[in-house]
Design a protein around this ligand. Structure first.
Ligand code: NAD
Ligand code: 0WE
Length: 256
């Protein structure tokens, strides 16, 4: 008996097999969930389609979250194919590369808008479309955040501010949707070498620093984020909403 037998979910944010979203998808699929996938554009479709087809996905759709019409088309397809929805995983973040270096002070108006739109507002947008499909039976919505939302992490800059908005959104959405039996939570992983991390100079040093400071004395694996996502999606977390759950080997608890 899988923990998610008969449950239907949608996964936003698979770019390749190293994506945190893919590790989450594998964990949910293993426990019986049927999953839909979205990709941001044509270049990523080549990566995402074979992965999704490999686990029997019937819905593999383009969805650039900056486009309301693509979100609407996607959820019409989900409604027509699945009927209802139990799980939504939001694993999307983006800021222009030049905003992730130097001083936060120099963040441009357009750079701020883009980071906020893609990394924070998109959760509100997709949640609004998912809600009618979850309202009958309840559901679980998960997003991915990072420690840079609450403490200054050099160069994370506007992404930290966008993640702070994302975490606050989790609490406001949890309050709105709790009466409908829909839970909204965030997972805050330690650094993991993914495509989004590959573009960051000095990421190797960050991995070493995180492993040294963390009580578990190692970096975490994407599969460990997958297991926490499985818990949050399942009935095991039926009383948990509005939370940020750290999967960082304990890094965030440490002072000096
Ligand atoms: P990733 O590059 O595999 O995933 C990021 C995804 O965002 C990609 O699939 C990309 O296509 C998608 N995306 C960007 N712009 C989009 C748009 N306009 N429309 C739709 N999708 C768009 O990297 P990842 O590390 O798996 O990142 C997933 C999430 O995990 C992000 O929210 C990230 O902030 C968070 N996170 C990552 C780490 C880490 O160290 N890798 C740590 C903590 C949190
Ligand atoms: O959330 C992230 C990364 C998000 C991200 C990454 C990129 C790289 C390529 C958003 N936008 C872009 N834009 C690009 O053009 N992480 C938690 C990983 C990460 O990124 C950092 C980190 C860590 C950790 C950036 C600076 C400092 C630390």
């Amino acid at each position: 008996m899988g923990l998610l037998n008969g449950k239907k979910g949608i996964i936003f944010g698979v770019a390749n097999e190293r994506s945190i979203a893919w590790a989450i998808a594998e964990a949910l699929y293993k426990e019986g969930a049927e999953l839909a996938f979205t990709y941001a554009g044509e270049i990523l479709e080549k990566r995402v389609r074979p992965l999704a087809e490999g686990i029997g996905s019937k819905i593999i759709e383009r969805c650039d979250v900056t486009r309301d019409e693509e979100i609407e088309t996607l959820f019409n397809k989900v409604r027509d194919t699945f009927g209802t929805l139990d799980v939504l995983v939001h694993s999307i973040a983006f800021a222009n590369k030049d905003e992730l270096q130097g001083e936060y002070l120099n963040t441009s108006r357009e750079g701020f808008r883009i980071a906020m739109d893609i990394s924070a507002y998109s959760l509100v947008a997709v949640t609004r479309y998912a809600t009618p499909l979850m309202a009958g039976q309840g559901g679980s919505i998960i997003t991915l955040t990072y420690y840079g939302a609450e403490k200054v992490v050099s160069n994370y800059n506007v992404m930290g501010v966008a993640k702070a908005a994302l975490e606050a959104s989790v609490r406001y959405l949890a309050a709105d949707l709790g009466p409908k039996g829909i839970r909204v939570n965030a997972i805050s992983p330690g650094p993991i070498k993914t495509l989004a991390a590959a573009g960051i100079s000095g990421f190797r040093d960050m991995l070493h620093h995180a492993a040294e400071k963390a009580p578990l004395k190692r970096n975490i694996l994407a599969e460990e984020v997958g297991k926490t996502a499985l818990y949050l999606c399942s009935d095991l977390a039926s009383g948990v909403t509005g939370e940020v759950i750290y999967v960082d080997g304990g890094y965030n608890i440490m002072g000096m």
